[in-house]
Design a binder for this molecule. Sequence first.
Ligand code: ADP
Ligand code: ZN
Ligand code: ZN
Length: 802
Amino acid sequence: MSVAEIIVDVPTMQTNRPFEYEIPDSLAEVVVAGMRVEVPFGRGKRKIQGFVMKVKDKSDFQGKLKPITRVIDLKPVLSDEMLKLSYWLADQTYSFQISCLQTMLPSVMRAKYQQFVIPVVKDDPEVQALLSNQDSLEITSSLDDQTIRLINKLRKNNKVDIQYVVKNKAVQVKRQAVTTDLNVIQLHEAKSKLRANASSQIKLLAFLADHLQELPIEYNVLEKDYGISRSAIKTAEKNGLLKTAEVTKLRKPVGITPEQTTKLALTSEQQVAVDEISQAITKESAQTFLIEGVTGSGKTEVYLQTIEKALQQDKTALMLVPEISLTPQMVNRVVGRFGDQVAVLHSGLSNGERYDEWTRIENHEVKVVVGARSAVFAPLDKIGLIIIDEEHEASYKQDDNPRYHARDVALWRAKVNKCPVVLGSATPSLESRARAEKGVYRLIRMKKRINNQTLPHVQIVDMRDSENSAVKGDFSPVLQTSIQETLDNHDQAIILLNRRGYSSFMMCRECGFVLKCPNCDVSLTYHKDLRRMKCHYCGHEEPVPNMCPNCHSKKIGFYGTGTQNIEQQLNDLFPQAKVLRMDVDTTRRKGAHAKILQQFGQHKADILLGTQMIAKGLDFPDVTLVGVINADTTLSLSDYRASERTFQLLTQVSGRAGRAQKTGHVVIQTFNPDHYAIKDAAKQDYETFFKQEMYLRHQSNYTPYYFTTLISVANQDEGQTLKQAYWLKKQLQTALSKDAILLGPSPTMISRKQNKYYYQIIVKYKHEPKLHERLLEILNETQADAKKGFTIAIDNEPQHID
Ligand code: ADP
Ligand code: ZN
Ligand code: ZN
């Protein structure tokens, strides 16, 4: 008899370990590690899903084992590497192993799907008998074990294959969509002729004029995302203003098919990087490289040529980029070089598309995977190289359980696959740069831009100056003049509106003063429900000031403007300029992001206005001006990484200017012109910033000098939450040495979400060997409380503290 060790789909602490089950003889050859099966669980007749972690000959268990009732997959969905990874991941992230296993699976396997047997060798008699002359056979729970065994045998002999089809996505769906023959001017004319009370028609025409390049747009999307009703569409159609078209849902991601590119002759700095990394690939050394390369230094070409190196050695390559829809240019460059050998994975794909890509990887049809965070679990084997571009990006850390950082997973996989990891950034995270300083990572610096192009000239505009504070809108005279010059030269401009942390902090418009916590050196956050200013670290609170404590001006207040407002100001100031706006509202539709960038790239607009999403990775030769409306918002985040985030953002966005032959010019508007993060970003001087920031982190005991763990408690009853939080703190104290720092409990930014109150405790420590164990015990002990509605979350090295 053989036995399977199974992780069951019951996310509790008590069940967070493998359970043994008997493999019935009828399924003897079929059940292997990495498959999902159905097993009885508990006393009743309940059957649940589980992952087979291991198959072995006998059990140490004394009693009688329950048998597996049926197999869910006919081939393993997770490789041995992934199974092994799940143990490590569960331990590292304080999560249930079942959640880790689920996270690694492509989402299609978590959705509703059908499984089919499809023939590979059609004229095989056994295959024909199995399929009884049909094109495929659906695998259902009613198939007997004998048939399952036959399918399994045929699959192992490559005579049949198993295919998953996502329900509802299997058929091509036709959808009703809106399009129009009118151009922008005609639409605006038609709009002006409408009666003033025809508000839904006015809205519809304005929308069409704004989104002309994205047509046809589905009825559904208009209705759901933009609140445009079907009757409004019908009325406009009757009046000849628009037409209805049928569109077929595409299985392939929308985007531009890139042109094929070939290897570029490397600069000497690029050559050094390519040589070093190539050596590590050849030597199969799991070394980590940190490429600190100024914007425009040609990091991408280094990635491409080292990927090529890995492929030449018959290996595969994994490349992670921050949420991919944000950098279509990057994807195009990789696809442009490696064509069909590339699979792209990102959150914008439908389940069906995701499954297609996943299958291509699993079937070894592709050699290169480009994807966002979760692509780190791509089922590639023989990985020869892992690249993480923009390694400092917070989106590499998952905000939910399991709270993993893609960089850590990548390092783990690199060790197992014996391959190097390349972290690249113009503004590395302090953690990574500090590791390079200690020699844990190999530092490669690329200091020059391609073609010795000079770094852009950066001008800091002090918004406290009288001529600036006298302006009515948000554009200083300097920025206005610069935009005008850019337009006169027929060049392009990128305008950044910094929206992180927007309007939750207080700043004085007279002197730039930001209200900070007296204990923690982070800014205080406005809590709407309490109408008080609070610190997220230590819980310090004070009333909302009505006068600046620094200069006694009354101009202290919340700070922030929306993108639409800025767009209007641009239209008023430069009526002849065409402005594209990119923010969450204009990019909600799939592919909208890529389309806006495409239009801008084709110079169909003069100004690209956007939020943080335009700061990264864009490479447009005609962009000579970058303007930053409000540099200060990130600076005032109530997070110790505020300066780092500001420096990164400003450096990245400045790097968008003057990338080709033309010299770039950057205008940064700020109320804190003397802040080192702003001054160093203006000089694109990462090293100076690094030293200063490291000094301050050292002074106030933050990362990378201290590790940070954040523990949060939530419950519907505020009193109970607080009580639990204090209990937790006491528990932690017993396990910690005197050197550890315990902060809180303090309420989180939005202390009440979905009727639950959130409190958090922060542990800062250097070396606390008992902490990990103690936290696991606490999770265990508090399991019973989960039933009373308590949720406890543990976040190692949180990216935001809010
Ligand atoms: P980074 O990612 O470091 O900001 P990119 O990789 O975007 O820089 O490179 C900047 C520009 O230089 C791109 O347009 C790229 O095509 C070009 N480039 C890169 N390497 C070379 C090279 N060796 N020769 C010529 N042009 C290059
Ligand atoms: Zn002031
Ligand atoms: Zn504080």
